[in-house]
Every structure is written in structure tokens, then in C-alpha cells.
Design a protein around this ligand. Sequence first.
Ligand SMILES: NC(=O)C1=CN([C@@H]2O[C@H](COP(=O)(O)OP(=O)(O)OC[C@H]3O[C@@H](n4cnc5c(N)ncnc54)[C@H](OP(=O)(O)O)[C@@H]3O)[C@@H](O)[C@H]2O)C=CC1
Ligand SMILES: CC(C)=CCC[C@@H](C)[C@H]1CC[C@H]2C3=C(CC[C@]12C)[C@@]1(C)CCC(=O)[C@@H](C)[C@@H]1CC3
Length: 345
Amino acid sequence: MERVVVVTGANSGIGLALCERLLCEDGQLRLCLACRNMQRAEAARSALLTSHPDARVDLLHLDVGSVQSVLAAAQEIKARYRRVDFLYLNAGIMPNPHVDIRAFFKGLFSRNVINMFSTAEGLLTQQDRLNADGLQEVFATNLFGHFILIRELEPLLCQADLTSHVVWTSSSNARRSAFSIQDIQHRNGVEPYSSSKYASDLLSLALNRHKNSQGLVSSVICPGLVMTNLTYGILPSFFWTLIMPIMYLIRIFTNTFTLTPHNGAEALHWLFLQKPESLDARAKYHSQTSGLGRNYTQPRQMDVDSETCEALFSKLLDLEKVVRRKLSEKQAENDAHQKYLSEVE
Ligand SMILES: NC(=O)C1=CN([C@@H]2O[C@H](COP(=O)(O)OP(=O)(O)OC[C@H]3O[C@@H](n4cnc5c(N)ncnc54)[C@H](OP(=O)(O)O)[C@@H]3O)[C@@H](O)[C@H]2O)C=CC1
Ligand SMILES: CC(C)=CCC[C@@H](C)[C@H]1CC[C@H]2C3=C(CC[C@]12C)[C@@]1(C)CCC(=O)[C@@H](C)[C@@H]1CC3
């Protein structure tokens, strides 16, 4: 049977590498690249079709940071496909990152050095802002837009006798201490990325608790440190190129330096091949690359608990109601304005 795979943020980096790997695995796939920039999406599609001329690759406009765009994209998916077998929630941002150089050098000579290189704990902060929906942009993009997408696609994801797999591209930068259940959008902190990724770990567990019985399975991965537009936003690409030999050296000690998008997509690809029933809801699946360049996937227990995951789930449902109500009020205002304009013309 034809399998439908939707990938958000598929036009570059890890998302695009995943698409390439999936097409090598199964040429019969129906692959849907859900992207906000259609020019880049078209370029990605052309690149995929160059190596897989017979592949079926669809494009879909989706700005996961805008609730209206998510609702429209979900409508389009429902019109195009009868079900969704895999939903890869991969789109993500880290705006205005700042590396704490002093902390980096301090960490370099501490016993914590390997952990610092694999999680960036204590090294990175970001500056967030409000988006047009009045939500914190990192939360809206990395988590909430994807949550609304799942909610809208439930009829295609939760079908009798069939299993659908939702996969979150999280991070080893996800940290409990960066997240607060009182401030799920991270309005009051400087680690919105870490907070949003920890929230995706919690939400994945909540989805498994609530939706496994309806055939939806959710998993979380970390791609490791990968050279993509995201990391080129942290340090310029020439700097990364300059320190590449050092990074290959570090890889010998921490296999989390996967470095290429192909390697980073390892765990995403591996999950595609697994029986969903065999997966652990509390594990994060890490892409790893050995010093000699061998790729493998390593499950590690996440620092999540049922109580916090339920609290987050319920807060997200509440926020969904508020956002939907605001959107329909705005729509009603627009309709009234249009009516007024047509009457006075
Ligand atoms: N690189 C790394 O070391 C790591 C990355 N990750 C995660 O991997 C995922 C992929 O990132 P990566 O490949 O590294 O970086 P890229 O910047 O190359 O890819 C991010 C993708 O997300 C898309 N995107 C961003 N915002 C939106 C939006 N509002 N709506 C739709 N699409 C959007 C981007 O589209 P556009 O081209 O339009 O910007 C792009 O396709 C992210 O979730 C990131 O957090 C996790 C751990 C490590
Ligand atoms: C490698 C050397 C010699 C210097 C670079 C220092 C930092 C810029 C670098 C060290 C660990 C990195 C890291 C990330 C970003 C860049 C570092 C802080 C991430 C936070 C990128 C995004 C993620 O989601 C994480 C998995 C990465 C963890 C490691």
C-alpha cells in the first residue's frame, strides 16, 4: 500500500536529507514537503527528482509559525490524502543565538567538557519575539504550530487498525531546567530553544499516553550537531569550516558530532524502519556517528515525568481554544468589514 509521508521544514538541512534517504528506502512513497518558502521547496523537489526521477514528491505551503497557515495546510492535506502514515515534525528555528565564550573556555577545562559539546548546556542563549498570533516565535514554530497540525490531522492519523507515526526533531539541548510549566512559551527567559525542545519531549510522551489506543505513535529524536542553516546562524560557515578538523577530533570522544545532514537524519530514517510498537515512549533516539564515520541510532531515557507532560498537554489544549477563538473573531471582523465595503460601493 502507498505510504504518505509529510515532512515539515523539508527544503534544507536535516529535513531535506531525510527526504533523500526515505526515497532511497522506498521509491513508492508519496512524499509531501511542507515548507514556508515555496521557491526553496521547489529547488528541494527538483534536487530530489534529479536523483529519483520517478518519485512522487508533492509540495505544500506551510508556515508552522502561523496558526492560520497551519489550518489551511491541514485542510489541503485532508483534501489530498486519505491518511498520513508518517508525520515528521522537523521545522525549527533558533533566532539570534549568542554563545557565551567565557563559559565555553571554562567548560573546555572542566570535567563536564563532553557534556558541554553534546548538549551546549550553559553555552547558548537566544533572543525571542512575539509573532503575528501574539505567541512567542520559538514556541509557536518549534512546538505549537506542530501541535495544531497534529490536532487538525487526527482524522488522518488516528484510523482503525492502522498505525501512524509522528516524529519530532528535538535536541539534546532540551533541558528540564530551561522549561517552566508556568511559562510554557518561555516569555521570561533567554533559552527559548531549549525550552521548546523540552516541551516537544513532554508533548510526545503525552501524545503516546492519549493517542496510542487510537493508532498514533509519537517519537522524539536528536540529530546531533549538524552543519545546517541553523548552525550557520550560530557561527559563520567559514568559522565552522576552519574548525572542522577539531570537530572530527571531538567526534572520537562524543559521537554526537554527526556534522552532515545525511548523518543527522540517521535516527529519523531508522524510525521509519521500526515497528512503532517496539519503540519506547520515554526514549529519545539519538543520531550518532563514530570516529570512523559509522552511523547508528542510540536510545536514551528522557528526563520527563507524566505529571508535567499532562499539565503541558492541558495547557496546550487551553491555548488552542484561545487562539482559535481569536482567529474566528478576526475572521468575523474581516467579513463584517467586507460587507460594509460592498454596501457603500
Ligand atoms: N543543526 C543542528 O545541529 C540541530 C538541529 N536540530 C533541529 O533540526 C531541525 C531541522 O533544522 P536544521 O536542518 O538543522 O536547520 P535548517 O535551518 O536547515 O532547517 C530548518 C527547516 O525548518 C524550516 N522552517 C523554519 N521555520 C519555519 C516555519 N515557520 N514554517 C515552516 N518551516 C520552517 C526552514 O525553512 P526555511 O528555509 O524557510 O527557513 C528549514 O527548512 C530543527 O527542528 C532543529 O531545531 C536539532 C538538533 C541539532
Ligand atoms: C566545536 C568547537 C571547537 C567550538 C564550537 C563551540 C560551540 C559554538 C558549539 C559547542 C557545542 C555546540 C552545540 C550546538 C551549537 C554550537 C555549540 C554550542 C547545538 C546547541 C546546536 C543545536 C542543537 O539542537 C544541539 C543538539 C547542539 C548541541 C551542541
